[in-house]
Design a protein around this ligand. Structure first.
Ligand code: NDP
Length: 378
C-alpha cells in the first residue's frame, strides 16, 4: 500500500515532477546509533506524507544543529522518543530508522492538510520540530500547524533557521518554568550560565527585549558578543570561581542554567529567598534515566530526584525547576514580532552546506559554540 499512498500524496501536493517520479528525497539519516560515522547521506529517503489533517509539508531551505542532534545520533533519549513514536509498542525494535535528525527549519509550505486554515502553500515559515518526529536535514519535513509560524519578514531563510529551537527552549525555561513575561520582566535580575551558546544567546535577547537586568556567564572570548547582545553584567568564569565572583553582586530573581553539574549549588546562595525566585536548569537526567533504567523505573527515579530537589529548595524559599524544549508556533509568532522590531537577532557562528552536516556535528561536539551553526539546505 505504501508506494501508492505516497504516489497519490505526491500528485495531490504538486511536488515538482522529477521528485514525484521518484517519490524520494535527499536527507542525512542514521540507520543505527553511534559516533559521527553513522551519519549517511541518502538520496532515496521516502518523501514524508501528511498523516493528520492539521499537518503541513515544508520544503526545507535551511536548518541548524543543536546539542540534541548530536545526543540523538548517539542514542540518547531513544527509549523515551520511541515511546512517543510508538506508544503501543506495535513496531519492531529499530523501526525508527532511517532516522532524520535536525530540529530547526525555515522554508516554504508545500502542502496543507484538510484542517489547515492559517497556512497556505507558498507561505514562508519557521518551526522547531519535536525530537520524536523525522527531522529537517532533508529536502522536506512534516510539521503540525501548532509547531509552525510565519517567518519574520526581516530575516533570510538562513538567519531564521538559527532561532526556533533555542528560542523555544529559552522560552520554555523562562516563561513556562519561571513565570516571566513582558510585564513581569522589568526590574528582574536574571543570571544566565552558559550564555554564549545557542540557548544562552537566545535567552539574553529575550530577557533584554522584555526589560530584565541580565548577567551573562561566559568565557573571556565571548565577552564582546555578550555586550553586543545587551548583557548588563558579564562574568568570565575562566578567571576565577563563579561562586566567588557572584559574591560581589546583588542577589538574582532567576538563574537559568545551561551547563548543569554544580551550577545548582548556586541557587540557595544567590537567589532572593521567599520572593518567588526560581532556579531552572536545562540539563536534567530525565531522558538518561529512561535510557538506563527503562521507562517505568526511569520515570520513578526521575520523579524522586526532582521531588527531593524541589522540596530541598522550597524549604529555603527558592523554586527549583527543570526546563524542557516545547514546540510552539504561537510562541514563535511572538519571537518573530520581537525580531521584526529589531529586538532579537540571529547569532550565527557558521553557515555550512548540506554536504557538511557531519562537519557541523563535529564542530558542535567540540564545544565552545558562539551562537548557532546553520545548514544551508537549498
Ligand atoms: P551550546 O553548545 O550551543 O552552548 C553551550 C555554551 O556553554 C558554549 O558557548 C560554551 O562555551 C558555554 N560553556 C561551557 N561551559 C561553561 C561554563 N562552565 N560556564 C559558562 N559557560 C559555559 O548549547 P545550547 O546552548 O544549545 O544548549 C545548552 C545546554 O542545554 C546543552 O547541554 C543542551 O543539551 C541543553 N538543552 C536542553 C534542552 C531541554 O529541553 N532540556 C533543550 C535545549 C538544550 P565555552 O565552553 O567556550 O565557555
Amino acid at each position: 500500500r505504501r508506494p501508492s499512498l505516497i504516489a497519490d500524496a505526491g500528485k495531490e501536493r504538486g511536488i515538482h515532477s522529477s521528485c514525484r517520479r521518484s517519490m524520494v528525497m535527499p536527507a542525512w539519516v542514521i540507520d543505527k546509533y553511534g559516533s559521527n560515522d553513522v551519519l549517511r547521506f541518502n538520496e532515496n529517503v521516502l518523501l514524508p506524507i501528511i498523516h493528520y489533517p492539521n499537518e503541513v509539508i515544508i520544503k526545507v531551505h535551511a536548518a541548524s544543529v543543536n546539542p540534541i542532534d548530536v545526543n540523538m545520533r548517539s542514542g540518547y533519549g531513544s527509549k523515551s522518543l520511541n515511546m512517543s513514536r510508538d506508544p503501543l509498542h506495535i513496531k519492531t525494535s529499530g523501526s525508527e530508522f532511517p532516522l532524520v535528525l535536525g530540529r530547526d527549519v525555515s522554508g516554504t509550505v508545500m502542502e496543507c492538510g484538510l484542517n489547515v486554515k492559517y497556512f497556505k502553500p507558498g507561505d514562508q515559515v519557521w518551526a522547531a520540530i519535536p525530537p520524536w518526529k523525522q527531522g529537517t536535514f532533508a529536502e522536506f519535513v512534516v510539521a503540525s500547524v501548532n509547531e509552525v509560524s510565519l517567518k519574520p519578514k526581516s530575516l533570510s531563510y538562513t538567519e531564521a533557521a538559527s532561532l526556533p529551537y533555542v528560542m523555544l527552549t529559552a522560552w520554555a525555561a523562562l516563561v513556562n518554568s519561571c513565570g516571566l513575561s513582558k510585564e513581569k520582566c522589568p526590574g528582574k535580575r536574571v543570571l544566565i550560565i552558559g550564555a554564549s551558546g545557542g540557548v544562552g544567546t537566545a535567552a539574553i535577547q529575550l530577557m533584554k527585549a522584555w526589560g530584565a537586568h541580565v548577567t551573562a556567564v561566559c568565557s573571556g572570548n565571548a565577552v564582546t558578543l555578550m555586550k553586543d547582545l545587551g548583557a548588563d553584567d558579564i562574568i568570565d568564569y575562566t578567571v576565577a570561581r563563579l561562586k566567588d565572583q557572584l559574591k560581589t553582586r546583588d542577589l538574582f530573581d532567576v538563574i537559568l542554567d545551561n551547563i548543569g553539574g554544580t551550577s545548582e549549588e548556586l541557587a540557595l546562595q544567590f537567589l532572593k529567598p521567599w520572593s518567588g525566585a526560581t532556579f531552572v536548569t536545562l540539563v536534567t537526567p530525565f531522558l538518561y534515566n529512561n535510557d538506563q533504567l527503562g521507562i517505568a523505573d526511569g520515570m520513578m527515579r526521575t520523579g524522586v530526584t526532582l521531588a527531593s530537589k524541589v522540596i530541598k529548595h522550597y524549604y529555603k524559599g527558592i523554586h527549583y525547576r527543570w526546563g524542557f524544549f516545547a514546540p510552539s508556533g504561537p510562541s514563535l509568532d511572538e519571537v518573530g514580532e520581537l525580531v521584526d522590531a529589531g529586538k532579537i537577532r540571529p547569532v550565527i557562528e557558521d553557515v555550512l552546506p548540506m554536504s557538511d552536516v557531519p562537519k557541523a556535528f563535529q564542530k558542535l561536539e567540540a564545544g565552545h559554540a558562539r551562537g548557532k551553526t546553520v545548514i544551508q539546505v537549498v
